[in-house]
Design a protein around this ligand. Structure first.
Ligand SMILES: Nc1nc2c(c(=O)[nH]1)N[C@H]1C(S)=C(S)[C@@H](COP(=O)(O)OP(=O)(O)OC[C@H]3O[C@@H](n4cnc5c(=O)[nH]c(N)nc54)[C@H](O)[C@@H]3O)O[C@H]1N2
Ligand SMILES: Nc1nc2c(c(=O)[nH]1)N[C@H]1C(S)=C(S)[C@@H](COP(=O)(O)OP(=O)(O)OC[C@H]3O[C@@H](n4cnc5c(=O)[nH]c(N)nc54)[C@H](O)[C@@H]3O)O[C@H]1N2
Ligand code: SF4
Ligand SMILES: [Mo]
Length: 669
């Protein structure tokens, strides 16, 4: 008899959808969205509709493996868990004795978002004294930009979008990356709101809006400054709101805006002056304009200041004062669950060095005192997703680097491992999930037994702790017990009743800490356009890195609806939907280079050269080329993926990745 269990989507997506999993004979045979989940409402994305094909994929790793071929060759032989754990612990003890524990580097990110499994390694590596990883690959510049002007102010409720009359999807490919936000924006549109998208090329999201504005990559700060210029010049301001709530508008007006007219900003942002004028007027005249800000525009050398500048817009027109008005960058429900009970910073005896995950290539090839001698990768695929792939691979090829990869699949990273450990999928382990697109949380238990000999992140760290001879009782807790630790007690976010519902596995909306609007959690108590604690007291125009690079085409390594970063390439159906690793180019640029549709081309810059299949497309403007997805090497025309072209340079705030801040030249092969 089939049984239906509740589960949660574990992927790095704002939505943490509620799932209903049908299990028969120990296998998941069907996955649907939970119709009773308050946010999911039965709607899953294309990727997860067939999740059982990921869970039961013939490509799943089922036993620990030991390398028998050259690094990267993918040649392994099966070994037992006992042998694998003993080998890892013996190697680490040897490395600690000769180089110290900082020579060991953990590398993890967001293969699973569950609070226990995602953070399962922290306590172990804290106790070991390993180097710490700065986990900043995604969009910390967004938080840095928000913080510079809004301080600790929590996000507005994204559900307010339904009361807006102008919804702006800004730097977000919502149709692919935030399908419930897309659904909500479309519902607002059906209710009469206008829907805009501001992007660098015509994504699937852009097909579903009233108006699309294509900016130059990294040019959004210039656009926002020019809009502010027009709003001030034409006095479309909400003076009353500004005087009660905003600090520094006078300084912005006096020092920055005079040189930011639409004519002056037009070339930087890529929009004609008259279009900017109209955008400014329509934005300022809207009753309750709602901006949903994505991460696309943050992955540039000027990402943080761009976000900070855009956040000035709702402040000067008083959008915050109206239901449905404001700007949404993502929720933070961190206060709901005391994560330090799992991460155990108290196990740290000293403060080991911090290594940016965006600079793994340099860390593996150049760092000294001590050099990185061992890398432990779990739920991340740095050989594919980290910038400067050539440097990362040079590091992974080092014969003296002892690499362990805990994975569901033999990823490009796992191919370089000395020891590979098989990981459970989310249906095979328990966890507690919260999310960053709304305010819900949900706990779930394992729906099926582990596939093969797979073990969860937490189980592996328990084994490693025992293998190191530690008798700390914490490492003998089960994952379910860790979930209980996170749920123990109550706080402002969850009453005893809410906690009980969470214990039972119900999806629950957590109560935000405070009514966010009009309570600005900054030192001055106002929205701080002027912030003297920042190196730049006022938002202003800053260049991208790529502006200094000098190759003629801007490259956008974009997302696809049919994968999530490098995840989902195991599903043949989803891969077929993406065709192959394409480079989208405007006909004008293709003709100027004598390139034909379908041919293999090489994109090149100072960091590397990558082969793509050319797709001539009117979706991309002249001067920009786009590639979607982060392909596994086995499916691409050459031996390097798009990240051989992206750099290890960081953002202006938050030390984030600048994956979209890239220039290239493209030639036929
Ligand atoms: N299907 C799918 N879903 C995903 C992911 C995925 O890979 N695929 N990834 C997940 C992860 S880890 C994350 S962080 C989120 C990211 O989700 P989003 O916030 O949507 O971020 P991106 O898709 O990276 O970029 C959003 C859009 O910004 C555009 N863009 C790039 N540069 C600029 C610019 O300078 N200005 C403007 N205005 N637009 C620009 C891109 O073309 C893209 O359409 O999605 C998550 N969900
Ligand atoms: N070119 C380019 N590069 C990018 C991006 C892009 O859009 N373009 N996006 C960037 C962004 S926003 C992000 S957040 C990063 C994401 O980078 P990553 O966090 O590395 O994300 P994924 O590529 O999804 O790889 C996650 C891996 O975890 C494994 N996994 C899943 N669940 C588990 C588990 O429970 N245990 C273990 N041990 N393994 C598990 C999966 O099999 C998968 O191989 O990539 C960044 N890199
Ligand atoms: S990837 Fe996102 S939209 Fe798709 S099922 Fe998971 S949480 Fe929902
Ligand atoms: Mo991300």
């Amino acid at each position: 008899m089939p049984v239906i269990s509740r589960s949660v989507c574990p992927y790095d997506c704002p939505d943490a959808c509620g799932l209903l999993v049908t299990v028969e004979n120990g296998r998941a045979i069907k996955i649907v969205g939970d119709p009773d989940h308050p946010v999911t409402r039965g709607l899953l994305c294309a990727k997860m509709n067939q999740y059982q094909q990921t869970v039961h994929s013939p490509r799943r790793l089922t036993t620990p493996l030991r390398r028998v071929g050259k690094k990267g060759s993918g040649k392994f032989e099966p070994i037992t868990w006992d042998a694998a754990i003993s080998s890892i612990c013996a190697n680490w003890q040897r490395i600690i004795a000769s180089h110290g524990a900082e020579a060991i580097l953990p590398y993890s990110y967001a293969g699973t978002m569950g609070l226990v499994q995602r953070n399962a390694g922290h306590a172990f590596f804290n106790k070991l004294g390993a180097s710490r990883l700065e986990r900043t690959i995604c969009s910390p510049a967004k938080d840095a930009g928000w913080k510079a002007i809004m301080g600790e102010t929590p996000a507005m409720d994204p559900a307010e979008v339904e009361q807006s009359d102008l919804v702006i999807l800004w730097g977000i490919n919502a149709a692919a990356t935030s399908i419930h936000a897309m659904r909500d924006a479309q519902e607002a549109r059906r209710g009469g709101a206008r829907l805009w998208a501001i992007d660098t090329y015509r994504t699937p999201t852009c097909d579903a809006v009233d108006e699309l504005f294509l900016v130059r990559p990294g040019g959004d700060g210039a656009l926002a400054l020019a809009m502010l210029h027009v709003i001030e010049r034409e006095q479309l301001l909400d003076r009353e709101f500004i005087s009660a709530n905003v600090l520094g508008f006078e300084e912005l007006t006096a020092q920055i805006l005079p040189s930011c007219s639409p004519t002056e900003m037009s070339e930087v942002c890529g929009l004609p002056a008259e279009v900017i004028e109209r955008m400014a007027r329509e934005y300022a005249r809207a009753k309750a304009p709602f901006i949903r800000l994505g991460s696309g525009l943050t992955r540039y050398g000027n990402g943080a200041v761009t976000v900070r500048t855009i956040c000035c817009l709702p402040a000067v027109v008083g959008a915050w004062g109206k239901p449905g008005g404001g700007i949404f960058i993502g929720t933070s429900t961190g206060g709901a669950f005391p994560l330090q009970r799992v991460t155990r910073e108290d196990f740290m005896v000293s403060e080991p060095r911090l290594i940016s995950m965006n600079q793994l290539g340099t860390a593996l090839t150049e760092l000294a005192d001590p050099a990185v001698m061992s890398l432990y990768v779990y739920h991340s695929n740095p050989a594919s997703i980290a910038p400067d792939q050539n440097a990362v691979i040079r590091g992974l090829e080092r014969e003296d680097l002892f690499t362990v990869v805990h994975e569901r699949f033999l990823t490009d990273t796992a191919r370089y491992a000395d020891i590979v450990l098989p990981a459970t999928s989310s249906l095979e382990h328990p966890d507690l999930y919260r999310c960053y697109g709304s305010y819900h949380a949900q706990r779930c238990s394992a729906a099926i037994s582990p596939v093969g000999e797979a073990k969860s992140n937490w189980e592996v760290f328990s084994l490693l702790a025992a293998g190191m001879g530690w008798d700390e009782p914490f490492f003998r807790l089960s994952a379910e017990e860790l979930v209980e630790l996170l749920l123990a007690g109550e706080n402002r976010w969850r009453s005893a009743a809410v906690t009980e519902r969470l214990r039972q596995g119900e999806p629950v909306i957590l109560t935000p800490t405070s009514a966010p609007k009009k309570q600005w959690l900054t030192p001055s108590g106002k929205i701080e356009i002027l912030n003297g604690r920042e190196s730049e007291p006022l938002p202003r125009l800053l260049p991208t890195h790529a502006e200094r690079d000098g190759y003629p085409l801007r490259l956008q390594p974009a997302t696809t609806p049919f994968a999530l970063n490098s995840s989902f390439y195991e599903q043949d159906y989803l891969r077929a939907k993406q065709n192959c690793m394409e480079l989208l180019m405007n006909r004008v640029d293709a003709e100027a280079r004598g390139l034909a549709n379908g041919q293999v081309v090489v994109a090149r810059n100072d960091l590397g050269a990558v082969r793509f299949t050319l797709l001539i497309s009117e979706r991309v403007p002249i001067g920009t080329v786009v590639t979607e997805g982060v392909w596994w090497r086995e499916f691409i025309p050459g031996d390097r993926g798009v990240n051989a072209l992206t750099s290890q340079r960081l953002t202006d705030g938050g030390r984030g990745s600048t994956l979209y801040d890239v220039t290239v030249e493209v030639r036929g092969e």
